[in-house]
Design a binder for this molecule. Structure first.
Ligand SMILES: Nc1ncnc2c1ncn2[C@@H]1O[C@H](COP(=O)(O)OP(=O)(O)OP(=O)(O)O)[C@@H](O)[C@H]1O
Ligand SMILES: [Mg+2]
Length: 329
């Protein structure tokens, strides 16, 4: 089982939940790895306070997680991933490898609005990882208020399951973290412990994390290497990186589905006029430097747009894409 805690909004309780879920699952005699994919690296800071060895934890804030996971997961039955709040590329990589994405939601409109970006990213990732399920989890609910019920009604309008368990705002969550403990160790009979235990019963974590499943996901992603078997002049591959692009003075964001020295296909739900000029900016996977390229939209459909680069830019793109192709092989 690979579970991730993800939400573009900061402070909703992702790290607190990741630590406590990992601990709770480890008590069920499963070998658990917690991957801290947030550059802030708070999980290892927590673990260092009292050398808490209840489960293994590593810091791996990389947008290549969906490829690295096959090695990282060896020997573990359950992987819990703590996602960063804002890094789109890392979040996409996490979702490409996740079975159950838990989206903690605070009972506030800000949290619900922010979650829409997360839901949309889950839908994008599902095209490559068909087993991905998303579950909202009401988190940090103030005890004795009806805010949890209100937020549940609002979330019903979004096409995503909602966990029955709710996690309340409780000081034991904060105090346990400060001591370098899970809430289950800090206050075994407390309400916070009961909530985490209830959540872990609700999650079917017995679905163990098989390497075959991970290899299948990797293969699905590789299958999108459109053109490699089509013997194009410049082989294409799927870097699955996000791209900022501008068309007719407006800025957009999408994902590069495949790219060659001559053009690219960008996944986006927006529709554009064929023939319009487009400027794209994305990060090179080699040195993370921005690559800026202009071209023309030659195709526009429900899945995205086809772009042909300007002839004058092909040399730059040949260098960029040659590296991409080499690193893919
Ligand atoms: N259920 C809870 N009750 C009380 N305090 C909580 C609860 N969940 C989280 N907190 C506190 O809220 C703060 C933010 O929590 P946490 O770091 O887990 O959120 P996050 O979503 O991981 O944030 P970020 O997006 O910055 O990584 C922390 O101080 C944590 O102790
Ligand atoms: Mg966090």
């Amino acid at each position: 089982m690979i579970i991730s805690l993800t939400n573009h909004k900061g402070g909703v309780g992702k790290t607190t939940l990741a630590i406590n879920i990992a601990f709770c699952i480890a008590t069920k005699k499963q070998k658990v790895l917690l991957i801290d994919a947030d550059p802030q690296g708070k999980v290892l800071q927590w673990q260092a306070i009292c050398d808490n060895k209840s489960f293994d934890a590593i810091h791996h804030p990389m947008d290549t997680l969906h490829a690295d996971i096959i090695e990282l997961a060896k020997g573990y039955e359950c992987i819990v991933i703590d996602a960063p709040p804002s890094n789109l590329d890392i979040n996409l990589s996490i979702l490409l490898t996740t079975k159950l994405a838990i989206i903690p939601i605070e009972p506030s409109p800000l949290s619900i609005w922010a979650s829409k970006n997360t839901v949309s990213l889950i839908k994008d990732a599902r095209r490559h990882n068909s087993r991905l399920e998303g579950h909202f989890l009401i988190s940090r609910k103030v005890v004795g208020t009806s805010l949890g019920r209100d937020v549940r009604e609002e979330l019903n309008a979004i096409d995503m399951a909602i966990a029955d368990t709710e996690i309340c705002q409780r000081t034991d969550f904060v105090k346990s973290l400060r001591e370098g403990l899970s809430v289950l160790q800090y206050a075994p009979g407390g309400e916070a412990t009961k909530e985490i235990s209830r959540l872990c019963t609700e999650i079917n974590f017995d679905d163990s994390c098989s390497l075959r499943y991970l290899t299948d996901i990797r293969r699905n992603i590789d299958d999108y290497k459109v053109g490699v078997t089509e013997k194009r002049q410049h082989p294409r591959r799927v870097p699955l990186v996000s791209v900022d692009f501008a068309v007719q003075g407006r800025a957009y964001r999408g994902f590069i589905h495949n790219i060659s020295a001559g053009g690219a296909f960008i996944e986006t739900r927006e529709s554009f006029e064929v023939g319009a000029e487009i400027t794209m900016t994305f990060l090179s996977s080699k040195d993370r430097k921005p690559i800026k390229v202009t071209g023309e939209i030659v195709r526009s459909g429900p899945q995205g747009i086809g772009v042909r680069f300007k002839v004058a830019q092909r040399d730059t793109m040949i260098k960029a894409v040659t590296h991409e192709s080499q690193s893919a092989n």
